[in-house]
Design a binder for this molecule. Structure first.
Ligand SMILES: Cc1cc2nc3c(=O)[nH]c(=O)nc-3n(C[C@H](O)[C@H](O)[C@H](O)COP(=O)(O)OP(=O)(O)OC[C@H]3O[C@@H](n4cnc5c(N)ncnc54)[C@H](O)[C@@H]3O)c2cc1C
Length: 399
């Protein structure tokens, strides 16, 4: 006999979006469960640099209001969660750096200085006096200007742990393709039928949320939704391990107000406690399709040019390909804000950035409240752990 289960919300995908939503919805009294086909965080979340952006990129492009305002509110929003004082308790999440910096060593500096002194950024970006430089820049052997941004950096490993900790009983691993979506007489998705070896059951819910990053496209197809479409932005990320590598948290700005810095460095620790530099920015975009040796050669050359006071010769370099997954809302252009759309009882969501996840969760919970989706109040806890395994948390590439 096929058993039946029911819950209020079923979330697909255990990256930042799904895990944040699970916490938010359960804290609001919804019965919500999360299904993951791989390890939690194994998509973009653990591969992200963990920078909680304050929106400088938007401001550099003169974009004020709308998306720029939403993102500029995010650092404060995250900080209250990290202090355990807001809707999600992230007090267990480590902050890797309280500040993020921007370094300019080019002739472009005077123009940048004028712009950064302008009204739109006043109080948000400050030039750092030499005596206040972080250790890494105190040793600089080239002239440059350092700016402190409102951004900061979180450790994505402990972020995942903090989000999973209180919800372990509601997070399950499922095999890809082990379920099909069922529709009711009104044509709305109202259940999923599972069949995996001897395990067969039906799970009914009021709403389904697809927050599976790159995996959303397959889910959209499986549920026969007409909209939306997922777009992928490939990257070739590099990381560097080395004895005595100092910590650095910095965007290196090139010769133009580019949306993408020449290099974006964040510093992490591997399992042995050794520092790892994780490199994004233009190097990761221009490196797409390059063979590992070629990409590593480019990264070594760039690092040696930008930071001649560090000897990278004996350091270990690695690279890997990863896609950013976003909604394709405006003909392949980059979306600026968190995105969701509902169709046939299914919400398809992409936060666009780790930073914007609180905003995505606000938008979805407000949408539920406005459309009368309320906690069912059911007290009987049917135990899905009888039929599904718990999902594990992934580990960083450098571990
Ligand atoms: C290299 C890189 C660096 C980045 N750096 C930053 C940064 O510094 N700051 C910032 O704000 N943003 C950053 N981002 C963007 C940010 O990481 C993403 O916007 C965010 O992590 C997306 O989270 P998500 O939960 O939507 O997707 P993901 O993290 O990709 O999670 C999706 C999950 O769904 C699972 N899944 C897939 N298919 C299915 C299915 N059918 N059923 C169930 N589960 C499924 C996957 O296994 C995965 O665990 C970066 C992205 C990349 C790639």
């Amino acid at each position: 006999m096929t058993s039946s289960y029911s819950t209020d919300i079923v979330i697909f995908g255990g990256g930042i979006a799904g895990l944040w939503l699970l916490n938010r919805l359960r804290n609001q009294g919804y019965q919500a469960i999360l299904l993951e086909t791989d390890k939690l965080g194994s998509g973009q979340t653990l591969a992200s640099q963990g920078i909680i952006h304050g929106g400088l990129k938007y401001a550099l492009h003169g974009a004020l209001g709308g998306a720029a305002n939403v993102i500029s509110d995010m650092p404060a929003r995250w900080r209250s969660c990290l202090a355990g004082e807001a809707e999600i308790d992230l007090s267990g999440c480590r902050v890797l750096s309280e500040h993020y910096y921007m370094w300019s060593d080019s002739g472009f500096r005077s123009k940048l200085k004028t712009f950064l002194g302008s009204k739109s950024l006043s109080g948000r970006v400050t030039a750092v006096e030499k005596q206040d430089y972080p250790d890494f820049f105190k040793a600089a052997t080239v002239e440059g200007t350092l700016y402190k941004l409102p951004d900061f950096v979180v450790d994505t490993n402990s972020l995942l742990q903090a989000l999973v900790e209180k919800q372990r009983d509601w997070i399950f691993r499922v095999s890809p393709g082990s379920y099909t979506f069922e529709r009711n007489a009104a044509g709305l998705v109202n259940a999923i039928s599972f069949s995996d070896g001897d395990t067969q059951f039906t799970l009914e819910a009021q709403k389904f949320i697809f927050s599976a990053g790159k995996g959303n496209q397959q889910l959209i197809d499986d549920a026969s939704l007409a909209e939306p479409k997922c777009q992928l932005r490939p990257l070739n990320m590099v990381y560097v391990k080395g004895k005595d590598l100092p910590s650095a948290f910095v965007h290196c700005i090139g010769d133009s107000f580019s949306l993408t810095p020449k290099l974006t460095v964040t510093s992490h620790s591997d399992a042995k406690g050794e520092t790892v530099w994780y490199l994004g920015g233009e190097i990761a975009e221009s490196g797409v399709g390059k063979a590992p040796d070629t990409q590593i050669h480019s990264a070594r050359k760039l690092l040696t040019t930008l930071f001649p006071w560090i000897n990278f010769a004996a350091m270990e370099f690695h690279c890997f390909a990863i896609d950013r997954a976003e909604a394709n809302v405006r003909s392949n252009s980059r979306p600026e804000d968190a995105y969701f759309i509902e169709e046939s009882n299914v919400l398809v969501a992409w936060p666009t950035k780790l930073t914007l996840t609180p905003n995505l969760a606000d938008n979805i919970t407000e949408h539920f409240a406005a459309s009368g989706v309320v906690p069912s109040g059911a007290t009987a806890q049917q135990n899905l752990s009888d039929v599904l395994e718990a999902a594990e948390i992934a580990t960083s590439r450098w571990d």
